[in-house]
Design a binder for this molecule. Structure first.
Ligand SMILES: NC(=O)c1ccc[n+]([C@@H]2O[C@H](COP(=O)([O-])OP(=O)(O)OC[C@H]3O[C@@H](n4cnc5c(N)ncnc54)[C@H](OP(=O)(O)O)[C@@H]3O)[C@@H](O)[C@H]2O)c1
Length: 297
């Protein structure tokens, strides 16, 4: 497995396993341990989670797996995130952000406790926060690094301006931006983020690489158009459509690292296979334009 160097201290496996959907997998701790080990056997050694997933339960379940098989934790690069919270108010649940110094410090320590580990390899600010003091957040992230509680830090879903703001306060120490990108989602091409990351040699982690399954199951116009082209290209290469999507994401010079959302090992294998697929240059543009959202001028 190719490892992507994010800094002198941290490299991630090119294909990353995501655990957001862990609750729906209905796994016992033993089954989760087995699945984690099957990822490691495939050299998919980077695992993505977040404080907010299943209302903090996702981290707890992963921690129980790390405790049940103590050999796992030091063979993986563990990624977690903070910044999204929920408040019950007026009988409803209200989602909001908090990236203050105290909250980031407290959240990280709580995540470490749930994950039953002494350190997180990569700690991310989960979403852009409109009430954001980059200097405050940076002070927390720097202190977490200094205390050895996290090895590296980054962000998720940040536009170039917000990324720059925090990276300035961090003196350039942010190592990634975890973003949504797939053949029906192009937000980060439109904001210029892809160029920003490419020129600064910051490799993004890619969430929902298959649009959360919508590419396969969606009846909307964008998904249908995109999949018609992807299936055609898959036939040319004698590969599955999934593999072509991952190959397309990894073709881009930004050096993207797709995060797999499935718990089915055969679907993970389809992603790993993409490392050996060579798309023609024009095929990248065929998929880029397929849904009809992006126009080549
Ligand atoms: N930073 C953020 O804001 C953010 C947001 C969302 C997610 N994430 C991270 O990104 C990871 C991946 O996101 P994701 O789960 O949305 O990724 P995804 O891989 O785009 O979607 C996974 C879903 O697609 C389904 N699927 C995969 N292949 C399929 C096929 N051939 N036919 C039909 N359905 C198929 C899977 O079903 P099966 O389970 O049945 O295989 C699963 O429900 C998450 O686990 C999380 O770690 C981050």
């Amino acid at each position: 497995m190719e490892m992507m160097k994010l800094s002198e201290k941290l490299s991630l496996s090119r294909i990353i396993q995501g655990f957001w959907r862990l609750e729906s997998w209905n796994m016992t701790t033993k089954e989760l341990v087995d699945y984690m080990n099957s990822c490691i056997e495939r050299e998919v050694t980077s695992f993505d989670t977040a404080e907010i997933y299943s209302g903090t339960q996702c981290e707890t379940w992963m921690g129980e797996a790390f405790a049940a098989d103590k050999s796992i934790r030091n063979r993986v690069q563990l990624v977690s995130k903070t910044g999204i919270f929920q408040q019950k108010t007026g009988g409803k649940t209200f989602g909001y952000y908090n990236t203050s110094y105290e909250r980031v410090m407290r959240s990280c320590k709580e995540s470490l406790h749930r994950l039953q580990t002494d350190y997180i390899d990569l700690y991310l600010i989960h979403r852009e926060d409109p009430c954001f003091d980059p200097w405050e957040t940076a002070r927390a992230l720097k202190d977490l690094k200094k205390e050895g509680l996290v090895r590296e830090v980054g962000v998720s879903n940040f536009d170039p301006f917000k990324f720059d703001a925090l990276n300035k306060a961090m003196e350039g120490e942010l190592v990634t931006n975890q973003i949504e990108w797939n053949p029906v989602c192009f937000e980060h091409f439109d904001t210029g983020l892809m160029d920003y990351l490419t020129v600064n040699r910051i490799h993004p982690m890619i969430w929902s690489p298959l649009a959360g399954g919508r590419l396969f199951t969606g009846k909307d116009e964008y998904s249908v158009k995109a999949m018609t082209k992807i299936r055609e290209i898959a036939e040319r290469h004698k590969e599955e459509p999934d593999t072509i999507v991952y190959a397309w994401l990894m073709y881009h010079p930004v050096g993207a690292m797709p995060i797999i959302g499935s718990s089915k090992a055969e679907r993970l294998d389809l992603a790993i296979k993409a490392l050996d697929v060579k798309l023609e240059h024009y095929e990248w543009y065929e998929i880029y334009a397929a849904s009809g959202q992006q126009v080549l001028r």
